[in-house]
Design a protein. Structure first.
Length: 119
């Protein structure tokens, strides 16, 4: 399974961006797909995730500003009311089940898309 993100960019504080993530490849099932973010010198942190039956989870700092949605293996992160502290590289990951002789739960990550929010 490969994951590809798009939609990052430069936006002013208070603006919006819509990130997209496409998971593709061979898997028995693609389960949760999530967005995390990372700034230099800090740990990667979860932003939001969505299960394959639409159950969503958000980090506390989202505070209702972001919405994650899913259409099969494509996941969107609509980010509104962006703040300078939202500046980070945003990564998408897909949890999937791969079965050959036995089944493995695996995790695929994209290369990230940069979001910069100016004040």
């Amino acid at each position: 399974v490969e994951v590809a993100e798009s939609g990052g960019g430069l936006v002013q504080a208070g603006g919006s961006l819509n990130l997209s993530c496409v998971a593709s490849g061979t898997a028995s099932a693609i389960n949760d797909i999530g967005w995390s973010r990372q700034v230099p010198g800090k740990r990667r942190e979860l932003v939001a995730r969505i299960s394959n039956d639409g159950i969503t989870t958000y980090a506390d700092f989202v505070e209702g500003r972001f919405t994650i949605s899913r259409d099969k293996h494509t996941v969107y992160l609509q980010m509104n009311s962006l703040k300078p502290e939202d500046t980070a590289v945003y990564f998408c990951n897909a949890e999937f089940l791969y079965c050959a002789d036995i089944c493995h739960n695996l995790d695929a990550w994209g290369q990230g898309t940069r979001v910069t929010v100016s004040s």
